[in-house]
Design a protein around this ligand. Structure first.
Ligand code: F0G
Length: 369
């Protein structure tokens, strides 16, 4: 275990609660920051790792599953870990404008951290393909919000071209400092479990996060045998599965709008993680994603967004195929909050509120006791 990672979270006095000051403060020596880097933080990180035995039981597994609940970050997704680093570095360079392409969460996070840093943020979104809550976030945080008549891959191409002009700072995960910030989630998991899991499941879109987790795990155990490291299991939606198919997808489609991506920028990073960890990448259908999404909410009281549920659908698929040995320690990243996508939630729940007169008897009748 990396010396000091765990001890930094321990209170100096038993009655004094730990004050969490964010990812940069906590992991500065593992990040590309120096004393002169201005720290732009919303106290991201330190998210709960929750054991979900009801879910495992419901899918017939015989392993221990822990969910890293990244929805508990300030803008309700894992993006904040990388964004605190990216926006801090942008401010250090005196950038006046940060820019990103996004399927929603990156834009929400960039907009929030730019607001905090008092700099401008421009976000490029695929028009009409963004979950409602994420659009609300970008608009509320005051980002210049541009909806392009095209998909995420086209938006990212334009952003990269604009980045080359030097007029704007790109804060997509093509900016390597984003990956550095995101790797801290792997540190936290190891600190929490006291070891790495045997398997780590996560959804794959632009492939930055699988790249980041693998970097985090390998750095944490740099002094140890590779046998301490987890096998990385990534899941794409079947209509947007370029890495699984081995070719870019022109018109990616899936209900999980966060991972509707046809040509991932960090493809190589994902390939490295999969190869070095003896991992696995596969695809899950929209129906499997939505079933896992609803099962988690009902079995555990945890409401994640559809993209996160792709990892859960992957776990269900592996359980059916007997790929997870009995007694394994399994982690999965729940990348974003279910409230970001109320449209899909209401459709998937498939029920409506029962409307009754404002009378006790009428309510009792509905309760049926
Ligand atoms: N889950 C959620 C909720 C996401 O928002 C994303 C990516 C992913 C999973 C996939 O992560 O791209 O690192 O493989 N969202 C990006 C965005 C593309 O623009 O918000 P990845």
């Amino acid at each position: 275990m990396k010396p000091g990672l765990r001890s930094q979270t321990q209170p100096t006095h038993p009655s004094r609660p730990v004050v969490w000051k964010g990812v940069i403060h906590h992991y500065a020596r593992y990040l590309p920051v120096s004393k002169s880097t201005p720290v732009i933080t919303l106290q991201e990180g330190n998210t709960p790792l929750i054991r979900v035995s009801n879910f495992v039981e419901a899918c017939g597994g015989e392993f221990e599953l822990w969910l890293k609940c990244e929805a508990m970050n300030p803008t309700c997704s894992f993006k904040d870990r990388g964004m605190t680093v990216a926006v801090s570095k942008a401010v250090e360079k005196h950038a006046k404008v940060v820019i990103c392409a996004s399927t929603g969460n990156t834009s929400a996070s960039a907009a929030a951290y730019a607001a905090r840093a008092k700099i401008r943020c421009v976000v490029l979104l695929p028009h009409g393909k963004i979950a409602l809550g994420k659009l609300a976030q970008a608009l509320m945080y005051g980002a210049t919000t541009v909806a392009i008549d095209g998909n995420f891959d086209e938006a990212l191409r334009i952003v990269r071209e604009l980045g080359e002009t030097g007029l704007v700072e790109v804060v997509n995960s093509v900016n390597p400092v984003r990956i550095e910030g995101q790797k801290t989630a792997a540190f936290e998991i190891c600190d929490h479990l006291g070891r790495a899991p045997d398997f780590h499941f996560l959804p794959v879109g632009n492939a930055g996060n699988i790249t980041a987790y693998w970097k985090g795990y390998t750095e944490y155990f740099s002094d140890k045998e590779t046998s301490s490291l987890p096998r990385m299991f990534g899941y794409q939606a079947s209509g947007a599965a370029p890495i699984v198919e081995g070719r870019p997808i022109d018109k990616p489609e899936t209900v999980a709008s966060a991972i509707r991506i046809g040509n991932p920028a960090s493809w190589e990073g994902a390939a490295k993680a999969l190869k070095e960890s003896n991992g696995h990448i596969d695809k899950v259908t929209d129906a499997e994603i939505l079933a896992a999404y609803q099962l988690l909410a009902r079995a555990e009281g945890l409401f994640v967004e559809p993209a996160s549920a792709a990892a859960l659908a992957g776990i269900i698929q592996c359980t059916k195929q007997n790929l997870i040995p009995k007694g394994s320690l399994v982690a999965a990243t729940m990348t974003g909050h279910g409230l970001k996508d109320p449209d899909n939630a209401i459709k998937t729940a498939g029920v409506e509120p029962v409307v009754v007169p404002a009378q006790r008897e009428a309510v009792l009748k509905v309760i049926g006791v």
